[in-house]
Write a protein that binds this ligand. Sequence first.
Ligand code: ZN
Length: 136
Amino acid sequence: MPDVFTPEKRSWIMSRVKNRDTSPEILVRSLLHGLGFRFRLHHKKLPGHPDIVLPKRRKVIFVHGCFWHGHDCPRGKRPATNVTFWNEKIEKNRQRDHEAQEKLGELGWTSLVVWQCETKPLEQLTDRLLKFVRGT
Ligand SMILES: [Zn+2]
């Protein structure tokens, strides 16, 4: 398990994912993979079906789209029409996310939520993932 990365290694990892047109989830997966961490995808038995699961470390990562999961940011802005419909739908998602994380916590799992809008700058995301996975 790599614990220290040289600046060269780090920029190499980032250069591999930087300019690709990838979804936020694939971006996070590519970074983790580049960092040398082993993970599983969409663990069906865990509450909320986390996007990324690191079984040995008992850690999970959710990559949330700002709109569908109701992030308080410009991307999470709700449409001006059908307000009630969208509010109900998105609040339901938020509630479900919250419950899933609570249940995971009770089962001894630590979760990290990466919002779509937080996947850039890449340098910052890389640091955040490293900190979370290593538990520092
Ligand atoms: Zn956001």
